[in-house]
Design a protein around this ligand. Structure first.
Ligand SMILES: *Cc1c(COP(=O)(O)O)cnc(C)c1O
Length: 361
């Protein structure tokens, strides 16, 4: 049996008619930038994420940079980010001229640890940037409490967590604003690059829109130096089709996660946890085990593709290298393995992955 890590073709097959029609409509209208399709997606995505406003942009990394700049974060400011995340979370901070300060992640949940955040707060700290990592919400009640006590703004990186929530409250609605990525492999993925910023702060969203649209306020009225970061209409058309399916796809991911957990429960593998009241959307199904590299090789020889998210914590990559100790992140980097996870997995595939994994132990 062959189990790819993700299978975008399998997903396309299930929605081919809808997608082909939506794409054909854009081609027929030959309106490739902006227009009502992009506006409709923004409105629908704002509604889906529980925010009042959404501004689309070119990718999730731009979304972070634009949101940070709109929040007024720049040179001299520090932003607390998790030590373990995708590089964009930190690079966006660096790109606006501020300094990312790494906080350790929680040993059981892998999201930024609110206690570690508090220890990193200094007189230059302006912002906390939690990531809802692998699809599990960060402990937002605790983070908001810390932020309020220290008068810090919170920006949520929701790139891996479309639809995740805590006691019914959606991620991205705790802080001042939130950013999303629609990279093809994300839970809601475009057919190319795309991203968005959501917020219920109208003024902030207007500022983001201005920054992402070359500083324009109305055609040819450039009131600031902005950048060009747009979601193209083809991507918006694809995303509108896919957004309507997202909830059912998320339920399937959650069902696969339950199956994996049941099948692997008695092994010595560390499984992802979902705290009470937290709704995990399993962008990644990450397990931890010893002899990871060998297990990955053996799985591969049995046709099972796995990946590492990510091989190195950020304080261990060249631009951010430090000798500071991050024991949880360092241990994770050595032991983590991401198993195949997408809605279209069959129960036979899930069982096959789990049984081959147990065989390697
Ligand atoms: C994917 C991702 C991003 C960046 O998104 P792009 O659309 O690839 O630029 C940012 N943060 C996290 C945590 C991500 O997983």
């Amino acid at each position: 049996m062959n189990v790819p890590f993700v299978d975008l073709r399998a997903q396309y097959r299930t929605i081919k008619d809808e997608i082909d029609q939506a794409v054909a409509q854009v081609l027929d209208q030959t309106a490739f930038i902006g227009g009502t399709i992009v506006e409709r997606f923004e409105a629908e995505f704002a509604r889906y994420t529980g925010s009042e406003h959404c501004i689309s942009c070119a990718n999730g990394t731009d979304a972070l940079e634009i949101a940070l700049e709109a929040l007024g974060i720049g040179p001299g400011d520090e932003v607390i980010v998790p030590a373990y995340t995708w590089i964009s979370t930190a690079s966006a901070v660096s790109r606006v001229g501020a300094t990312p300060v790494f906080a350790e992640v929680h040993p059981e949940y892998y999201t930024i640890d609110p206690l570690a955040v508090e220890k990193k707060i200094g007189k230059h700290t302006r912002c906390i940037l939690p990531v809802h990592f692998y699809g599990l919400p960060s402990d937002m009640p605790a983070i908001m409490e810390v932020a309020e006590r220290h008068d810090l703004v919170v920006l949520e990186d929701c790139a891996q967590a479309h639809g995740a929530r805590i006691n019914g409250k959606l991620v991205g609605t705790f802080g001042e604003a939130a950013t999303y990525s629609f990279y093809p492999g994300k839970n809601l993925g475009a057919y190319g690059d795309a991203g968005a910023i959501v917020s219920s702060n109208a003024q902030l969203v207007a500022k983001c829109r201005q920054l992402a649209r070359l500083g324009q306020e109305g055609k040819h009225n450039h009131v600031a130096i902005g950048r060009n970061s747009r979601m193209d209409t083809l991507q918006a058309a694809v995303l509108r089709v896919k957004l309507a399916h997202l909830q059912s796809w998320t339920e399937k991911r959650r069902a696969h996660a339950r199956s994996y957990s049941k099948l692997l429960n008695d092994s010595e593998i560390d499984l992802p946890k979902e705290p009470t009241g937290f709704h995990h959307v399993y962008h990644i199904f990450m397990v931890q085990l010893d002899n990871r590299d060998r297990v990955q090789e053996l799985l591969s020889s049995h046709g099972v593709s796995t990946q590492l998210h990510y091989p190195r914590p950020l304080p261990r990559i060249k631009p951010y290298a430090t000798s500071e100790s991050f024991p949880v992140s360092d241990a994770m980097a050595a032991r983590m393995l991401s198993l195949p996870m997408y809605a279209e997995l069959t129960s036979e595939q899930v069982e096959y992955v789990a049984s081959k994994l147990i065989d390697t132990l």
